[in-house]
Design a protein around this ligand. Structure first.
Ligand SMILES: [Zn+2]
Length: 357
């Protein structure tokens, strides 16, 4: 099950509700992937408030005011939580039942803390400490712009992260309540940090990769991921897309997303879950191009994924990789972009596909 607030925000973002919510602010101007406006929380002659277009959040560069749209309405208009909630759910065409204020506050603090952590990890990746991890990405075929676009980071260990957050004024109470509760203290060897956003774009988790290992064991959650278990990775980039590539690994999906020809999501090594299929269906996906990789196990996962998708009225087809490539990432890295485009032109329907073809 998705969070109630997640579904509400995703619907509102798809309506570009941020333009209405923030559009009356002085100096409101669309800029790149979002907008800028004069901050209503400090005396602001120049627009310094960033309104994001791909997540329900805002941030002021000068006074550091930040939050999501529910907290914005409470602070800006003096509404209570339930008044702000009623306003936003009504705009989204939903009922305000089932929302929980305590859980909303938890999500807000978690996303806030992880955004600060992700910003720190990004700067670390381009510092001497992150050199080895950055070179690993280059060796895997990522270009500089793709590394930035995918928002990879270098995770310098839990204690360094904690000291950094303290230096940013995060209090010990929040560190205890949020960081200690969500962060896996045994993941220090996983230096490549991959942000995992929920379906409305809030940063709710992180996955790490140990660059000295290969295969599926190299990945490890840096944070608790239970709130993301029904959210395909990169779902927030694939909402309202009729045709979506479904890959297994996060790096497969990120690479395809950065190439920008077709949206892609990743479902992880366990295969497609019922909850993930519900999310794809709820966000309007009509056809999934399954590209889970070669081998009999992955073949079984492909058949099972197709069955689950079809039970929800989503068409499933397969992108068959030439047998010498294990997965999509490996195929894209070892071939030419034309080969990938050719692959996209030839999806095979389930009836014509067999695991040994
Ligand atoms: Zn401000």
């Amino acid at each position: 099950m998705m969070r109630e607030s997640e579904r509400m925000y995703a619907l509102l973002l798809d309506m570009k509700y941020q333009d209405r919510l923030f559009g009356s602010l002085e100096g409101f101007t669309k800029k790149g992937n979002g907008a800028l406006a004069c901050c209503p929380f400090h005396d602001d002659p120049l627009p310094t408030l960033v309104v994001y277009a791909d997540r329900p959040e805002y941030f002021c560069f000068v006074c550091s005011s930040r939050g999501d749209w529910l907290s914005y309405l409470q602070r800006r208009e003096g509404l209570s939580f339930s008044e702000a909630l009623s306003r936003l759910t009504a705009e989204a065409g939903l009922l305000p039942a089932g929302y929980d204020k305590a859980r909303w506050e938890e999500d807000l603090e978690r996303a806030h803390l992880l955004e600060i952590a992700a910003g720190y990890f990004t700067t670390q990746l381009f510092s001497p400490a992150g050199e080895e991890t950055l070179h690993y990405l280059y060796r895997r075929g990522y270009a500089m712009g793709e590394v930035e676009g995918a928002a990879f980071g270098f995770f310098p260990g839990f204690e360094n992260l904690k000291s950094y957050l303290q230096s940013q004024g995060i209090g010990d109470d929040i560190l205890d309540a949020v960081l200690s509760a969500v962060w896996d203290r045994d993941a220090d060897g996983c230096t490549l940090a991959i942000p995992f956003r929920d379906s409305c774009g809030r940063l709710m988790g992180m996955v790490g990769r140990d660059i000295t290992r290969t295969g599926r064991e190299a990945y490890r959650p840096l944070t608790d991921l239970s709130v993301l278990k029904d959210v395909p990775f990169l779902m927030y980039r694939a909402r309202k897309q009729e045709q979506v590539i479904v890959a297994e690994g996060l790096l497969d999906a990120l690479l395809v997303d950065q190439i920008g020809i077709k949206p892609a999501v990743a479902i992880g090594k366990e295969g497609l879950s019922e909850g993930q299929a519900d999310a794809l269906s709820a966000y309007g996906v009509k056809q999934c191009l399954l590209c889970l990789g070669n081998g009999s196990q992955k073949g079984q996962k492909t058949i099972e994924a197709a069955r689950i998708l079809e039970s929800r009225g989503i068409d499933a087809a397969v992108l068959p990789l030439p047998h010498q490539y294990d997965d999509l990432d490996c195929f894209i890295r070892s071939t030419d972009l034309h080969d990938f485009k050719r692959l996209l032109k030839k999806p095979v329907c389930m009836g014509e596909w067999s695991t040994d073809s």
